[in-house]
Structures are given as structure tokens and as C-alpha cells.
Ligand binder design. Sequence first.
Ligand SMILES: [Zn+2]
Length: 317
Amino acid sequence: MGEGAAIYNCLLCDSYALVVLGVLPDRKLARGLKGKAAYDDLLEAFQLEFAGSSETVRLLACPTCNAFARQSGDAPSPAPAAAPSSPPPPILAGDQLEHGEFLRDALAVLTPSRLVSFDEGEPPPVYRNDAAPEAKPKWRLTQGVGPPGLELDKSRTGRLHKPSLRAFGVDARPLALPPSLAGGGDALSDATRTAAAFAERCVVGGFGDFGDARSDATEGKATVSRWREEACEGRPVLERWNAARAHAEAVMGPEAFRAMAEEATGGERKRLDRYEAMRRAETSSAAGGGAPTRRGDEVSDEFDSLTSRGGRRRARE
Ligand SMILES: [Zn+2]
């Protein structure tokens, strides 16, 4: 058994991370020559069914974009004459546990992403975690063409160490945010949320809500791909945010775009602020009184009762 995962690339920030696709066929099936052949067929079927094509746009909870979306406050004035190679702003990604909690609470932003293929025409490769359940994950290539092993970064969110993919033909340039976003804060958070909302409108249901004829999801996915390829010249959407924003506004129409951006930033930020405040209270009471820390789902339940939003939206089941 074991989970099978693929590598995805976020179209907004150009991060690479792993997404679990499903449970792999049992290795015990691969006994004897016949068993081995049958097992290989099952692996290939898994790859074709779940990894599909690198052209498909999926909405996934990119760890970097979620760290961006959680930034708040006024951005500090940008450093004078910042070099083009200046490092990206600090990434406040929580660890895997917190990331998971964030997803369950439906607070995460989902960003347009594509599974990565390392050989043109080949479906994206599938990886298996060979580590013991409690040990550090060790993802190994199990089906398809790709790097034999993967190097995760230190965030413990399934994100890969991007420079480690350079040897396999990946453009591993770090994200270079424009000056308006490079300081982080609300500007970066709002841009990330607005970009994610636009992509979601495209991928999930086209623009049906806005009375636009382009309500077909296939067309919507093509719109997202063109967004990066054409409006952003193939660079990550956040890196070319001014052009990307203008393009999205032109596609949706100014009024619909403004309404969407307001909902994506204002309303969501209030929910997030309440959640962050609750987490802070949680942490300080646990640190102070020596009382046992409550489990995440208790916090979630409490949070749910505070929020007006109905059924929880789940990123992944
Ligand atoms: Zn991202």
C-alpha cells in the first residue's frame, strides 16, 4: 500500500510541491513474473487515471501562496535600489500540521497549478513515500519519467527544494515579486487572494455568476493557462501582477472583477483575522498555564461556530 503523489507547479508563485493522488496498488501483488507484470500495469493505470496530463489546471493549496495570503499589515517601505536578485519576502509557512488544520478549516486559498512532466508527451511521474509512518518522508519515483528521489524543503508542507529540480530541466529561478508586492503585507495578501479567486472562477464554473458566456470549465482552464503564458509571458502570475491583474479585469469586465476582488480580500480577511486571534489565544494559554493543549479539531469546531459561512468547503477529501 502507500500513497502515490505527483509534483505540481503553482502558476501564481512558481513553487513546486507534492500532492497526494491516491492509494497505490499493493506491492505484495508483484510476486513472480506474472505478478510483476500485472503490478506494473496497475501502476501505469494509476498514473494515467490520477496524474493524467500536465496540461490540466488543478486548484491546489500551494504552501507559499497560503503564506502570502496570510500576510497582513502595511508593507514596510521597499529597500532602496533593491537588486533584481533580492531574496523573496520571508515565508511564514506553518508546519505540516498547521497547514493541514488550515485546509480543514477551509481557510486555505486554492491556486491554479499543473502537475509536472519531465519528458514531453509523458504523463506526470508518480512518487511513493518509502519512509516509515513517523519518519521523515522519503519520496521515490515509482512510475513514469522523473527525478529518482525528491528533496523537500524545510517547511514540512510537502514543498520541494526548487533548486534541486534544476538538474532535471526545471527553471529554478526564485520568484521575483514586483516592487508593489515585494514588501509583503496586505498588498501581497490581496494580490494572492484576488489571483486565486480569478483562477477559481475560471476553473470551477467559468464566469457563469457574472452572466458571461464563458461558463464552460474547459474554456475556463484554458483561460487560466493563457493568463500565465500570454499576459505574464510564461512567468509566475504574482511576478507580473500588474499585467495579470489587467488581463483578468479585461476578461471579466471591471465591475465583476471589482466585486470578486472585494469578496476575496475583505470578507476572507475578516474570517482569517478571527482565526488567527483564536490561534494566538490558544498558544498563549497553552504556554502559560501548563494546561493540556486542545486538539486542532476542537479549535476548528469553535471557529466554525463563529463563522457565518455554512458548509465547509474542503480542499481535498
Ligand atoms: Zn503558489
